[in-house]
Design a protein around this ligand. Structure first.
Ligand SMILES: Nc1ncnc2c1ncn2[C@@H]1O[C@H](COP(=O)(O)OP(=O)(O)OP(=O)(O)O)[C@@H](O)[C@H]1O
Length: 224
């Protein structure tokens, strides 16, 4: 039997199905009748101009807000019907770093994971090293730069066994080398059968066809 992490190229499954999703903010329709699927092993970039609704869409996908209309299915089940299973498979990183200023880099990562399941301290140290924070583990987050604080949040990805990563502007404040490291991580995740949905205004350097782009325009959707 196939496990999630052994995706058979001939049997790529649709993991996430977005069906006729509509989003209204204040009195304004950001998008409506938005439908697309995300398969295991796929990386998707949601793009579009400022204010078009990318963050709003990711928040809907992560279950942090409710659509005006439509459905989001995870492995053929409506996420509203089994929110718990969906969230067990989901890692969402918002566009703010989401780190506690008064905790150290190590404490931020260790306590975040301890809330979900036990994690070995060595793994936390290793994850911080992966994001270039070796030597900064015991620094208070508030004493670190914006990019370093963002790296604490991103280090969660190295500890993650979640299938679906939804990442809002993960490259914000990250330097060029850090962007490359993240691109390699996303590719490895997808090659292992994971799925990544992200927003960014950057041009990413994946080989042709590896990153699918979905462009939001006011009330329109273009996919290529
Ligand atoms: N909770 C909210 N209440 C009212 N309006 C909101 C709310 N959240 C977002 N909006 C509005 O919805 C629109 C889309 O916002 P959103 O953050 O989704 O855009 P975006 O495409 O992610 O933009 P950016 O590229 O600047 O990050 C904006 O006009 C914003 O002001």
């Amino acid at each position: 039997m196939l496990t999630f992490w052994q995706v058979d190229a001939g049997r790529i499954q649709n993991m996430l199905e977005v069906v006729k999703l509509s989003c209204i903010r204040e009195d304004s329709v950001l998008f409506s009748e938005l439908s697309f699927t995300v398969s295991a092993g796929e990386m998707i970039q949601i793009e579009g101009p400022n204010g078009v609704g990318k963050t709003s869409l990711l928040r809907l996908l992560a279950g942090l807000s409710s659509p005006a209309d439509g459905h989001i299915l995870w492995q053929q089940t409506d996420t509203l019907d089994d929110r718990e299973s969906y969230h067990q498979d989901l890692l969402y990183l918002g566009h703010l770093p989401g780190v506690k200023a008064e905790l150290t880099a190590f404490e931020n990562l260790f306590f975040y994971h301890a809330m979900h399941k036990a994690v070995a301290k060595e793994k936390v140290w290793d994850a911080l090293a992966q994001v270039g924070l070796a030597g900064y583990e015991d620094q208070l987050a508030c004493h670190l730069s914006a990019g370093q604080q963002r790296r604490i949040a991103l280090a969660r990805l190295w500890l993650s066994d979640k299938k679906l990563w939804i990442l809002d502007e993960p490259f914000t404040a990250i330097d060029k080398n850090g962007v490359k490291v993240l691109e390699r991580l996303f590719l490895a995740h997808a090659d292992n059968g994971g799925s990544v949905i992200l927003t960014t205004h950057q041009d990413l350097q994946f080989s042709a066809g590896r990153l699918r782009k979905i462009t939001l325009t006011r009330q329109h959707l273009t996919e290529y």
